[in-house]
Design a protein around this ligand. Structure first.
Ligand code: NAD
Length: 395
């Protein structure tokens, strides 16, 4: 049964993600109820969404009457711990966006099941927890799936749809069609650590950090190379400073642990020290760069040969990760490329990039790194070797 435009959508958690998702659903015409344990979060969420919708009206992205109606469609509801969840009882779909703590999410899903009808679909916006572990708290795990929006949700086009082991395929298809109808680009991801984007993007940070740690180049030069030669919007260090080292380090660490300590995802001690020092990036005024008033921005060494080598080393690591995600059936080749284009705004899909560069060249470069370092971190994906052997391309 498709979820109709008039169907009520419940959102649990009025933080950055929950309020953004509420804005999307209300703008698409759904009555929305948002619940949160914190009245401050609800007030912040409401004023943020009201302002964002008003801005859309001012910029003529939304008609004034539609904006007013969207604001009126959201009911912000206080739900002190353990009570008040009944507010989502009449919803066709509830999307959870509370703190990233498994125990809290499991308790919440068990509580939701007590108030919603049997046909209500339950979704989690988790970035790093197994959807299966959340679904397992439910009596009807077949109606539970991951629906992973990116931040800021109303702006970022990509949504990863993640069925867990027991999720019904009809429910997965129904939710995917609904989110497509909201104007988002959906991709189907397996319930594996980091799903698609957070897994494939790791070497962008990790190999950048490694190059700096080894003294191959300073952060400004690596950032310059990725922007000017690679065509990325930001280099790894400026991007990590923007994301916040606490957040970026926690994601890397959780993926490293979730992959049973695969050295390819090993976190960097340099980044851990920034976290230890409270130098979390832009938000604290210092990270790899100094954002304090009057601080000078370091100049890159604009050497195109050095820059080209830096860019190519990070790129082949990214391509290898994308190819390996296809090998492990994390997603289809088309969805892998779509995910990095729409989820992290890469200038090109990584598999298409590999084809353009020549998969044989990617393999040669990785094999040289593997031999030089003798580290498993640089092992080429078995699928990359197979594609080169058989002379195949992804696109
Ligand atoms: P946030 O801290 O901004 O908001 C979480 C909200 O949940 C808070 O307002 C808190 O009061 C509320 N909350 C906590 N426990 C609750 C409960 N039991 N019932 C109701 N409300 C409760 O967090 P966020 O950044 O919006 O992240 C929410 C989820 O989305 C997390 O799972 C996170 O991993 C995921 N996510 C975050 C991002 C991001 O960049 N921030 C991106 C994608 C996914």
């Amino acid at each position: 049964m498709p979820i109709t435009r008039g169907a009520r959508i419940g959102i649990v958690g009025a933080g950055a993600m929950g309020s953004g998702i509420a804005q999307i659903a209300a703008t698409a015409g759904h009555p929305v109820v948002v619940v949160d344990t914190s009245t401050e979060a609800l007030a912040r969420g409401k004023s943020g969404v009201d302002r964002a919708i008003q801005r859309d009206v001012e910029k003529k992205r939304l008609e004034s009457i539609a904006g007013t109606a969207a604001i009126a469609r959201i009911d912000w509801h206080h739900a002190p711990s353990g009570a008040g969840l009944d507010a989502v009882a009449g919803c066709a779909l509830v999307i959870e966006a509370v703190v990233e703590v498994l125990g809290i999410k499991r308790d919440l899903f068990a509580g939701l099941e007590r108030v919603v009808p049997a046909e209500c679909i339950l979704a989690t916006n988790t970035s790093s927890l197994p959807v299966a572990a959340i679904a397992a708290a439910c009596a009807r795990p077949e109606r539970v799936l991951g629906v992973h929006f990116f931040n800021p949700a109303p702006v970022m086009a990509l949504v990863e749809i993640i069925p867990a082991l027991g999720t019904s395929p009809e429910i997965t298809a129904e939710v995917r069609a609904l989110v497509d109808g909201w104007g988002k680009t959906t991709v189907l991801a397996s319930d594996t650590p980091g799903f698609i984007v957070n897994r494939i993007a790791r070497p962008f940070y990790g190999e950048g950090l490694r190059l700096n740690d080894e003294g191959v180049a300073d952060v400004a030069t690596i950032d310059w190379a990725m922007r000017e030669i690679g065509g990325f919007r930001m280099g790894p260090f400026e991007l990590m400073d923007l994301i916040g080292h606490d957040v970026n380090f926690a994601v890397t660490r959780s993926i490293f642990e979730a992959f049973f300590y695969d050295p390819r995802y090993k976190p960097s001690i340099t980044q851990q020290r920034l976290v230890d020092a409270g130098m979390l990036g832009r938000k604290t005024g210092r990270g790899f760069y100094d954002y304090r008033e009057g601080a000078a921005r370091p100049k890159p060494r604009e050497d195109r040969e050095l820059g080209g080598q830096i860019f190519e080393r990070i790129l082949v690591m990214l391509i290898n990760e994308a190819v390996d995600a296809v090998l492990w059936r994390v997603a289809s080749p088309a969805d892998v490329d779509l995910a990095v284009l729409k989820g992290v705004n890469y200038p090109k899909g990584l598999l298409a990039w590999g084809d353009d560069m020549g998969l044989d060249r990617v393999l040669t470069r990785l094999t040289a790194l593997e031999q030089e370092y003798g580290e498993d971190r640089y092992r080429p994906s078995a699928l990359l070797k197979r594609m080169v052997r058989e002379g195949r391309r992804f696109t």
